[in-house]
Design a protein around this ligand. Structure first.
Ligand code: FIX
Ligand code: ZN
Length: 433
């Protein structure tokens, strides 16, 4: 028999225990639906970044996930595609993936979810109606509406200080929408040092290709300047499948001598996104990246050597997910996050979320969207919420069968940890939201 509160328990007397499976499911679904998320990794930009802030049907259809899929169903040389205007590209993708084929893939279904959310036709022959709709929205109100529809309270951008367009906005001291937080992205410095050197030099940092004490000091000065300017919540880098730590390469020295000391001094977590193989098919440009199984030991060593630095970590390969969970059990300065890119499909999110719950309880960040185009927040979060709710229902039902019922408040607490609190506790989010 379930103890329904007759004996003293830490669950409050007034909070009923959810002992009925139907009720339990209802509460979990409600909590997962309604809990606001902090989306800890996106490629979105706020309106202040001008043309970098992508939204609307043409940007949505020319998402690189859909570009890659289109090439599988149409005979077209990539060079021809890249010569087309964005509008022509969107028309072609719509015709190929939505008219001539059923939009069954996750990225294609995502477009359907978005169109439906705005009451637009999901099977129109052309994009006329959708274009008309997006073109006539008040942009600021549209941004607000999308955040509300997706129940996203804040997003973290991906901010590259060596991108001239972006640097310009930051350097002008423009006040950025408070819902958009910065993440200082280090890919150019850590993955492409030779090309980063002249760019840093242009900006007044006296760096040399060969790493010496002066260069390290200048990289640190560069990081400090941008931390002051952007006030990022964390620093981040994507890494290839062959990333090793320790290693005898330039990246290792920059990490050890510049990035990790900066993370420590500034109290900023470092986010590692591991397993991408850039340019597997260069003709596809941004759609041409692939995946490779990486070595989780690199993360274990980094966490062990730097107990005073916090690491957000995600791997791109499905094969690395279980090892990541085990590593997180060993290092409390390691926070697994999200189901990245090729993993952000219902079948894999379902699997990863279950194995994380089984090994880590609620001590991980369930998902991030990686959205590049504003309205993607709607579909990515809607689809993820559905799958995460199922995984949680399963876990609580199993717990109930073992003899422990939960209350609605406990469910809400757990979902809040997964959707925002585990992230919030590791970063310094000032003020609202
Ligand atoms: O490195 C990253 O942050 C990746 O997410 C991107 O490079 C990738 O193109 C992407 O958008 C995946 O969702
Ligand atoms: Zn990303």
């Amino acid at each position: 028999m379930m103890d329904s509160g007759s004996r003293a328990s830490f669950t409050e007397k007034l909070e009923p225990l959810l002992t009925d499976e139907v009720e339990l499911r209802r509460h979990v679904e409600k909590a997962v639906e309604e809990t606001q998320v902090i989306d800890m990794h996106t490629h979105l930009f706020s309106i202040e970044f001008g043309k970098m802030a992508l939204f609307g049907i043409d940007d949505l259809l020319t998402y690189h996930y859909l570009i890659a899929e289109m090439f599988r169903s149409v005979e077209l040389k990539p060079e021809r595609f890249w010569r087309m205007s964005k509008r022509e590209q969107a028309d072609l993708i719509w015709r190929t993936l939505f008219v001539e084929n059923s939009p069954l893939s996750e990225a294609a279904r995502g477009i359907v979810t978005i169109l439906k959310a705005f009451g637009l036709s999901t099977n129109a022959a052309t994009l006329d109606e959708a274009r008309e709709f997006f073109a006539t929205q008040d942009v600021a109100k549209h941004f607000d509406r999308v955040f509300e529809m997706a129940r996203v309270k804040a997003v973290v951008m991906t901010n590259d200080p060596l991108d001239a367009r972006e640097a310009h906005v930051w350097e002008n001291g423009v006040r950025i929408d408070a819902r958009f937080h910065a993440a200082l992205r280090l890919d150019r410095v850590l993955n492409d040092w030779t090309n980063a050197v002249p760019k840093l030099a242009e900006r007044g940092y006296a760096v040399e290709t060969a790493i010496d004490a002066k260069t390290v000091a200048e990289v640190r000065r560069f990081l400090d300047d941008w931390i002051t300017r952007m006030r990022p919540l964390y620093m981040a880098v994507s890494l290839p499948d062959d990333f090793r730590f320790p290693s005898d390469d330039v990246r290792d020295r920059l990490l050890r001598e510049a990035v990790l000391p900066t993370a420590r001094a500034a109290g900023l977590p470092l986010s590692l996104m591991i397993g991408v193989r850039r340019g597997v098919n260069p003709a596809l440009r941004i759609a041409g990246d692939g995946v490779g199984r990486a070595d989780v030991k690199a993360v274990e060593r980094m966490c062990a050597e730097n107990p005073d630095v916090r690491f957000f970590v995600t791997f791109l390969s499905r094969e690395n997910q279980h090892e990541l969970c085990v590593a997180a059990r060993k290092f409390s300065n390691l926070m697994p996050f999200g189901c990245w890119w090729f993993l952000n499909n219902p079948s894999i999110v379902a699997e990863i979320t279950r194995e994380r719950i089984e090994l880590l309880g609620t001590s991980f960040i369930a998902q991030h969207s990686d959205a590049r185009i504003l309205e993607q927040l709607i579909y990515k979060w809607k689809h993820s919420r559905r799958v995460i709710a199922d995984a949680l229902v399963e876990a609580y039902t199993r717990l109930l069968a073992s003899g422990r019922a939960v209350t609605a408040r406990e469910i809400e607490r757990d979902v809040a940890r997964l959707f925002s609190e585990n992230f919030r506790r590791w970063v310094a989010i000032e003020g609202a939201p």
